[in-house]
Design a protein around this ligand. Structure first.
Ligand code: IPE
Ligand code: IPE
Ligand code: MG
Length: 232
C-alpha cells in the first residue's frame, strides 16, 4: 500500500459525540485528544512523515469563552503530558496559525516544545491553531509585497515555489490526503493553497471515534484513487 507522506485532518464532531451521550461539549474535546494521541502513534508506525491536524480555526474564536478556554487548556495538557511521545518517537512539533492571538503563557510552552523537538524528523506534527487559510495566504502576500518594496526580490521572480515558502507549511510537501470526520463536505478555511491536488476523504465517524482502523480505511480508499493532476 502507498502511504501518503503528508496527511491533513479536519478533526470535526467532538460536540456531536458529546451530545449523543448527554455530556458537555468539552468532554467531546477531551475524548478528541485521546484520538489525537492514537492517530499520531499510528502515523509514526506506518511511516507518514507529516501530519497536519486542524485543532482550532480563526473562526472558532467566536465560540463561547468557556469552550475556547477549555480547548486551550486541553492543548496545554497535551503538550505537558506528551513530552515522552514526542521524544520517544522523534516527532517534530510545529504550530501553524496566528501565534499572536494565542495566550502568551500557552504560546511560550508551545514554542519551547517546538525548540526541543526541532531536530527530529521521524514525523512532523503540525497543529493548526488559530489557523485560517485565507489569513495565511494574505500574510504570505504581504511578506512578498514588503520584500518587493524593499527591493529584496523582483516582482517577476515571484513564483509558486517562493510563495509556498512564505506559508506556515514552508519546506513541507503538500498533503496527498485530506480527511474530514463527521460527514461535512467543506474545507472550513483549511490549507486552501496546499490542497489544490489533494484527495478528499470524508467519513461519518465522529472525531473521538476515529482510530487506526478508520485511518487504514482512508488510506485504502486513497490507494484506489486515480490521481491525474490534469495531465490526461
Ligand atoms: C471539532 O469539533 C473541534 C473543534 C472545532 C475545536 P466541534 O466542536 O466542531 O464538534 P461539532 O462539529 O459541534 O460536533
Ligand atoms: C473545523 O471545524 C475546524 C476544526 C476542526 C478545528 P468547525 O466545526 O469549526 O467547522 P464548521 O463550522 O463545521 O465549518
Ligand atoms: Mg464542528
Amino acid at each position: 500500500m502507498n502511504i501518503p507522506k503528508h496527511i491533513a485532518i479536519i478533526m470535526d464532531g467532538n460536540g456531536r459525540w458529546a451530545k449523543a451521550r448527554g455530556l458537555p461539549r468539552v468532554m467531546g474535546h477531551a475524548q478528541g485528544v485521546e484520538a489525537v494521541k492514537k492517530i499520531v502513534k499510528s502515523c509514526v508506525k506506518i511511516g507518514v512523515k507529516h501530519l497536519t491536524l486542524y485543532a482550532f480555526s480563526n473562526e472558532n474564536w467566536s465560540r463561547p469563552d468557556h469552550e475556547v478556554k477549555a480547548l486551550f487548556k486541553l492543548l496545554e495538557d497535551f503538550i505537558d503530558k506528551e513530552f515522552k511521545l514526542f521524544h520517544e518517537n522523534k516527532i517534530k512539533f510545529n504550530i501553524i496559525g496566528e501565534r499572536q492571538r494565542i495566550q502568551k503563557d500557552v504560546l511560550v510552552k508551545m514554542e519551547n516544545t517546538e525548540k526541543d523537538t526541532q531536530d527530529y524528523n521521524n514525523l512532523t506534527l503540525n497543529i493548526a491553531l488559530s489557523y485560517g487559510a485565507r489569513q495565511e495566504i494574505l500574510n504570505a502576500a504581504k511578506i512578498l509585497a514588503e520584500d518587493v518594496l524593499n527591493a529584496k526580490i523582483g516582482l517577476s521572480e515571484i513564483d509558486e515555489k517562493i510563495f509556498s515558502s512564505k506559508l506556515y507549511t514552508k519546506g513541507q510537501p503538500d498533503p496527498e490526503l485530506l480527511i474530514r470526520t463527521s460527514g461535512e463536505m467543506r474545507v472550513s478555511n483549511f490549507l486552501l493553497w496546499q490542497i489544490s491536488y489533494t484527495e478528499f476523504y470524508v467519513t461519518e465517524t465522529l472525531w473521538p471515534d476515529f482510530d487506526d482502523k478508520e485511518l487504514n480505511k482512508a488510506i485504502e480508499e486513497y490507494n484506489k484513487r486515480d490521481r491525474r493532476f490534469g495531465g490526461r
